[in-house]
Write a protein that binds this ligand. Structure first.
Ligand code: SF4
Ligand code: SF4
Length: 293
């Protein structure tokens, strides 16, 4: 299968699915309470191209994936906590295996944080949260994530900290990163009550809204056969995971709005090998993006 209709480039690497370890679920599709300028899938309050998944769609996908040996689950969106049945979905996933939710934290108040803490304490599988923020002040964050978002996201982080949870902060570095800029996030989290801050720093994918904010991929930013270094194939997210949305199955969470990326309507359809011919695959390669980063 081809992820991108580019005829004039040399053949891209073909990647087979090693073992399906991880299932990503786009539980709220492309609907989000923010419309960040760097969002690589152009999520926002008005983008319902991928709608919310129903409880039965989530349960069916998890059950099918579990039968294929999937060991852990990720909820993303859009904003997962916009889903009216989010806590039911969490129960379904945690019944099957460890769950991580990627959220902007805005809808997490004291009640939601307390509920997450109860789940954290009672689940036999691990439960983790990643909260995204892109600056250590409103002046740095809000031009990217929207006016007022810094304060709202920090309120969500503080609610989780007050409940005794320690979410991972995820930061997309649209500008050049320095050790000092990263240290500022550590200080911010410590001030919010997280004494052992956990952070992930991510490179932007130059597609979706980020393409309009920043720049498009250059012509040379494509993978060709032979470009992947030894051992890299197994580390790429798409070597061991797949993404499901209300509209079907995709190779990864990055490409759900890209033409040609849909692999089909069933998990079986999504187990085929993929050709890494989308320019975003170049970012995974040069930045070492994997499920573990
Ligand atoms: S980057 Fe995340 S929080 Fe921002 S619009 Fe996209 S999905 Fe929503
Ligand atoms: S964008 Fe990255 S994770 Fe997605 S198919 Fe390409 S290499 Fe794999």
């Amino acid at each position: 299968m081809h992820l991108h209709a580019q005829q004039s480039h040399p053949p891209a690497p073909l990647l087979t699915l090693n073992a399906l370890d991880t299932l990503w679920l786009q539980v709220t599709g492309t609907l989000c309470n923010l419309a960040c300028r760097h969002c690589f899938i152009s999520c926002g309050p008005k983008n319902d191209n991928h709608p919310f998944m129903s409880v039965s769609q989530v349960a069916e996908a998890i059950s099918g994936a579990r039968a294929k040996g999937v060991r852990d689950y990720y909820f993303t969106g859009g904003e997962p906590f916009m889903h009216p049945d989010i806590f039911r979905l969490i129960d379904i996933a945690l019944d099957a295996g460890p769950l991580t939710i990627l959220t902007n934290g805005i809808l997490i108040g004291a009640d939601e944080a307390a509920r997450c803490r109860e789940i954290f304490d009672s689940s036999r599988h691990s439960f983790d949260l990643r909260v995204s923020l892109d600056g250590t002040s409103a002046a740095a964050n809000d031009p990217i994530r929207g006016g007022g978002s810094f304060e709202k996201i920090m309120a969500g982080i503080r609610a989780l900290a007050d409940a005794g949870l320690n979410p991972v902060l995820t930061v997309t570095e649209v500008d050049e990163a320095t050790p000092e800029s990263r240290e500022k996030f550590r200080t911010l989290l410590a001030a919010a009550g997280l004494q052992r801050p956990r952070m992930k720093f991510l490179a932007p994918f130059r597609i979706g809204r980020e393409e309009r904010r920043g720049r498009s991929y250059e012509r040379f930013e494509r993978l060709a056969e032979g470009d992947l270094i030894e051992g890299e194939e197994e580390l790429l997210q798409c070597a061991s995971s797949r993404m499901v949305t209300a509209k079907g199955w995709y190779p990864c969470p990055i490409l759900i709005e890209e033409s040609g990326a849909r692999m089909g309507g069933t998990l079986e359809d999504a187990t085929r090998a993929i050709r890494l011919d989308h320019p975003a695959c170049y970012t995974c390669h040069v930045e070492g993006v994997s499920c573990r980063t």
